[in-house]
Design a protein around this ligand. Structure first.
Ligand code: NG6
Ligand code: CA
Length: 513
């Protein structure tokens, strides 16, 4: 009898030691990733011109990070790192994916989705994918498109395959083009299918939004794009309906999965070009289509919030709102983002934006809310989208595979606003990945390295240009958040230390011990 009681007590001990989240109360996870939203673009981060009440509500009920980052200043590498927990600069081919690009994440590598799936979570991705699909030479647009999200651990997927300024404008649901009529096959290519194929050059006068650079090939819905396609007419969507469709699919998926633990990656396209939000948002921001698209994103966040409340899930779900890279004004279409911005500063006080390794390229709004679990707070701990893999695994009580998530740190304590919890000590920031440009933040210090000697978008409020830049710069972010006073000469010891730490992280192949 005594032995039996002792045995029971011993068995119960590990359960007492485990955090509450591991036993009995594992949260659901939703990551809502915006596309090109900047640090200064939402009112919780100081925007006066744009009011974003739904994002602000999450911030007021959760943790609002002032040093929340994505790992790259373009889309594909940030998404690669978010899924795999690996810095994208470690893998070739992770730069901006082309229209017919194949899946850039190797099948078999642990992903945030596969790890949560093996931990008993239902997993879904809805929205912009832009990580390539299928195998060489091109995705099988008229058949089964694989490998794709399913092979990476997602039970459900409803995707815009690339990015909406690239062809084709169709949804891929669970590996097939949704609504495709087999009698009208979809063809996608990088050369014009015939000499008389209408393009943004030959039919420029018919466009409802003109292009400013690139984006002048196949026309759909009055907007010319990057790449060529024909057919698949019944499957094509209107740009204006993208956000509505994703909200619809999200709400339905949440309702279906409400009784099981789930992980949803909801990848918005706002405010990426072409900025064509639904008609009900047009003219509402006063800042032109870019501002209107941000209001549409805020609306999406509100709809997800409302669904969580309605389904009784708000207190069971950790919601993260973040971005895939910083802001850009003219990104290829004449939508007057720069001309109509007024006093609005998309990157807030930060220097640089999309395509750049200055802070504005990767430091963005970043909010985590698990309603009722934490006292709301503002945190200046460093967190990054690359850390969500290890952090969610920890909250799910699932060990990280030995070779998996090599650059992802468990920052779950700070995501939950736990007093005294620490974020990362340092973070490597990259651009699209080809030019050998890096940012390296460690504590208050920021090293900027440009092997190429040039940088895009050094000032987001100026026209997008690739301009000369010194090979190294050092900034003290505590004094100079706008990265304007180079301290490489004044602080040689910090400069040397930062340089060698960055090189060591790049050479080591992994940064998580
Ligand atoms: C660039 C495009 C830009 C955008 C970007 C990808 C040109 C001139 N520019 O090459 O418009 O599509 O790629 O953006 O074509 S991202 O947010 O998906 O990374
Ligand atoms: Ca983007």
């Amino acid at each position: 009898m005594i032995r039996c009681t002792l045995w029971r007590t011993l068995c119960a001990l590990p359960l007492l030691i485990l955090p509450a989240t591991v036993f009995g109360a594992r949260p659901n996870f939703i990551v809502i990733m915006a596309d090109d939203i900047g640090f200064g673009d939402v009112s919780a981060y100081g925007s006066k011109a744009l009011r974003t009440p739904n994002i602000d509500r999450l911030a007021a009920e959760g943790v609002r990070f002032t040093s929340g980052y994505c790992s790259a200043s373009t889309c594909t590498p940030t998404r690669y790192s978010f899924l795999t927990g690996e810095y994208a600069f470690r893998r070739n081919g992770t730069g901006i994916a082309p229209p017919n690009g194949q899946l850039v994440v190797p099948v078999g590598v642990p992903t945030i989705a596969s790890v949560l799936k093996s931990s008993g979570y239902r997993t879904g991705v809805i929205g912009k994918w832009h990580l390539g699909l299928g195998q060489p030479p091109a995705p099988d647009w008229n058949g089964e498109i694989k490998p794709g999200p399913r092979e990476l651990g997602f039970d459900y997927s409803f995707l815009l395959p690339t990015t909406n300024d690239r062809v084709p404008q169709v949804f891929v649901e669970n590996g097939r083009v949704a609504g495709l009529d087999p009698k009208d096959p979809l063809w996608v290519g990088d050369k014009a299918p015939s000499p008389d194929h209408p393009t943004g050059v030959s039919h420029r006068h018919t466009l409802k939004m003109d292009w400013s650079h690139g984006h002048n090939q196949t026309i759909h819905n009055g907007i010319s794009r990057i790449g060529f396609y024909t057919g698949g007419q019944a499957a094509r969507f209107r740009d204006e309906d993208l956000a509505d469709r994703w909200v619809e699919k999200t709400v339905a998926w949440l309702a279906a999965e409400r009784d099981r633990p789930f992980f949803l990656f909801l990848a918005s396209h706002d405010p990426h070009v072409p900025r064509a939000p639904h008609e009900r948002f047009v003219g509402k921001s006063g800042l032109g289509p870019r501002g209107d698209a941000i209001l549409q994103f805020d609306w999406c966040v509100g709809e997800v919030n409302a669904a969580l409340d309605r389904l009784g899930l708000a207190e069971k779900t950790l919601v993260v709102v973040c971005s895939d890279n910083g802001p850009v004004m003219d990104d290829g279409y004449v939508d007057f983002a720069l001309e109509k911005r007024g006093d609005h500063r998309a990157a807030g006080p930060l220097r640089g934006g999309k395509y750049s390794v200055f802070e504005g390229g990767t430091r963005t709004p970043f909010i985590a809310r698990w309603k009722g679990q934490v006292a709301p707070r503002v945190s200046d701990e460093i967190v990054c989208t690359i850390d969500l893999a290890a952090s969610f695994a920890a909250l799910a009580g699932e060990p990280v595979p030995a070779q998996g998530f090599p650059d992802s740190f468990d920052v779950s304590g700070v995501l939950l606003g736990r007093p005294g919890a620490k974020g990362r000590a340092s973070l490597v920031q990259q651009d699209n990945g080809q030019a050998g440009n890096f940012g390296y933040r460690s504590g208050q210090w920021k090293l900027v390295r440009h092997d190429s000697g040039r940088a895009y978008n050094q000032r987001v409020e100026e026209p997008l240009r690739n301009t000369p830049v010194p090979p190294f710069q050092l900034f003290d972010l505590a004094q100079d958040i706008g990265e304007s006073r180079d301290l490489t000469v004044a602080r040689p010891e910090v400069f040397e230390r930062m340089k060698s730490e960055l090189s060591a992280i790049i050479a080591a192949g992994r940064s998580r011990p």
